[in-house]
Ligand binder design. Structure first.
Ligand code: GLN
Length: 548
């Protein structure tokens, strides 16, 4: 294998331009040409990881197989490339400083003054090279969080400068900017891009490629202007026009030759075309649905779609497989009460109760589950959603008065969901939950077995509380079975209701493993069940018409 090439993706002008999607799209294109790739995100905040961040601040916290709590962009990387990420793929300023300070305390720098340059930048470099040194990748793509010019990004940009200098053509820099359209002038404006590249140049970094996010196509004149002012070749000015779906971006980037530009800059062979057949098939199905369903996502972070990013993307994958458009309706759990449930949930074809923490909105989740269970609407509970379905069953079927999870009520008489023993000893907050992938064994006589078509599965977790096995026999007698178990620790990982068309609750997060290449079977089956449910609602009407 040739030497690993390091590609950096920086951003300028504005945040939220989609560096993550550009990085993932480039990775997809290189991968479709047969190169091995990995993508890494460097985040400039001082939290050691995003696990302690409120989803309102930063969107969903994504969990890797090896149990790292990471930025949601890692979810995009996995969904696009189907290559698992790990602890090494997300680095924050907090984690860099933590390592450097620990080393200093150990005496590793004895006698030296510990400084941003070289100690912090060396540690950043080490984290980037760590992936390259595995020898597994032709390309390590590193996305730098934030926007150039931010004080907190400076050590990262300085590291890019050093690496670009040291590695020469084994390294390339892509700068993503915004080319705004001023409707009053009827023009696209390049000045913000010029300024942003100047800012990058002040730190000694000359981008090799400029990707311009835009609402309208860039003509050659405009591209030429950007090339001239920013010292890049005209062919290295890439248009990134707004797309209907993020999954279109690799195709758009291919049209703009982002992949060949990178190969050319890094002196890599360009001897075949990317094989995107499967990707295009997926896109085609996504854009040409044969049916439609309305699914309610009940949670408490509904104002911010990114809070449930992996769930919403899993529905996109499942939607393509089923050729069925999924209209996702985000419903705030605090709005759902015994009185409003029917009105808010009545026309839904499926109800998903989301993961979450804490008491707020919990009763609304329980009411939605009761509604789904009693009306035989397909129900999918994820993590806290599963726990709520256990509580609902306890209260309304087993008649355990005020049964609860001890997360919400420590003194409940019926602690049907309780904290795991080893969790009780833990005091700190960061990285202390049950995190990452664990094996689970499925009961052959269950719906989940028929969905997964396998006895042994592996799914990723992020929680502190568990089903309380003391009550298991009563549940099973009443019709809610434990259909998936972690046999090593005897933990209930999946529950389902036998006498219901589709009622499944999972203690893990299936959404972290759904990718374009491998849509998650639970989401696929849930959408299928919602579709069947919808047909069953309309069928009597159709039959009547037919009879007439
Ligand atoms: N709050 C619950 C727990 O800690 C569920 C967590 C989640 O939904 N991710 O167990």
């Amino acid at each position: 294998m040739a030497r690993t090439k390091y590609i950096f993706v920086t951003g300028g002008v504005a945040s939220s331009l989609g560096k993550g999607i550009i990085s993932a799209s480039l990775a997809k294109l290189l991968q479709s040409r047969g190169f091995s790739i990995t993508i890494q995100k460097l985040d400039p905040y001082i939290n050691v990881d995003p696990g302690t961040l409120n989803p309102y601040e930063h969107g969903e916290c994504y969990v890797t197989q090896d149990g790292a709590e990471t930025d949601l962009d890692l979810g995009h990387y996995e969904r696009f490339t189907n290559v698992p990420t790990s602890q090494e793929n997300n680095v924050t300023t907090g984690s860099i400083y933590q390592t450097v300070i620990q080393k200093e305390r150990k005496g590793d720098y004895l006698g030296q003054t510990v400084q941003v340059i070289p100690h912090i930048t060396d540690e950043i470099k080490r984290r980037i090279m760590l992936l390259g040194k595995t020898g597994r990748y032709d390309f390590v793509i590193t996305e730098i969080g934030g926007t150039v010019g931010d004080i907190e990004s400076l050590p990262y940009i300085e590291t890019v400068r050093q690496m670009r200098w040291e590695l020469g053509r084994d390294c390339a820099v892509i700068h993503l900017t915004l080319v705004p359209y001023l409707s009053a002038a009827g023009e696209l404006k390049t000045k913000p891009t010029q300024h942003s590249v100047k800012t990058l140049l002040e730190s000694g970094v000359q981008p090799d490629i400029i990707v311009c996010r835009t609402e309208k196509p860039l003509n050659d004149n405009l591209k030429g202007k950007i090339a001239l002012f920013c010292n890049v070749e005209p062919s290295s000015v890439i248009e990134s026009i707004d797309a209907k779906t993020i999954y279109e971006v690799p195709i758009l980037m291919k049209k703009e030759n982002l992949d060949t530009e990178i190969l050319r800059k890094t002196l890599m062979p360009i001897d075949n075309e990317p094989d995107l057949k499967k990707w295009e098939e997926f896109l085609y199905k996504l854009k040409h649905p044969q049916s439609e369903v309305e699914i309610g996502l009940v949670g408490k972070y509904v104002e911010l779609k990114d809070a449930y990013k992996s769930i919403t993307e899993s529905f996109v994958h499942a939607s393509a497989v089923n050729e069925c458009k999924v209209n996702l309706r985000l419903i705030h759990s605090e709005r759902i009460t015994g009185n409003t449930a029917a009105e808010l949930l009545d026309d839904l074809d499926g109800i998903l109760v989301a993961p979450g923490f804490g008491e707020r909105g919990i009763e609304g989740k329980i009411f939605s589950i009761q509604y789904a269970r009693e009306n035989k609407i397909p129900f999918f509970g994820i993590c806290l959603g599963m726990q709520c379905s256990v509580v609902e069953f306890a209260r309304n079927v087993l008649h355990y008065d005020k049964a609860h999870s001890t997360e919400m009520n420590r003194l409940t008489k019926y602690p049907v969901i309780d904290m795991m023993e080893e969790q009780k000893k833990i005091k700190g907050m960061g990285g202390t939950m049950r995190l990452g992938a664990y094996p689970c064994k499925l009961n052959k006589d269950s719906k989940v077995y028929s969905i997964y078509q396998s006895v042994n599965i592996n799914e990723r977790h992020r929680h502190r509380y568990e089903f309380n096995n003391e009550y298991l026999a009563e549940y099973e007698k009443a019709g809610m079975i434990a259909s998936g178990i972690n046999t090593k620790d005897n933990l209930v990982e999946i529950i389902e209701i036998k006498d219901h068309p589709w009622f499944i609750g999972v203690q893990f997060h299936p959404e972290y493993q759904s990718t374009v290449a491998k849509p998650h079977p639970l989401f696929t089956s849930f959408v299928k069940a919602a579709n069947v449910y919808r047909q069953s609602k309309t069928k009597p009407l159709n039959l009547q018409r037919f009879d007439l």
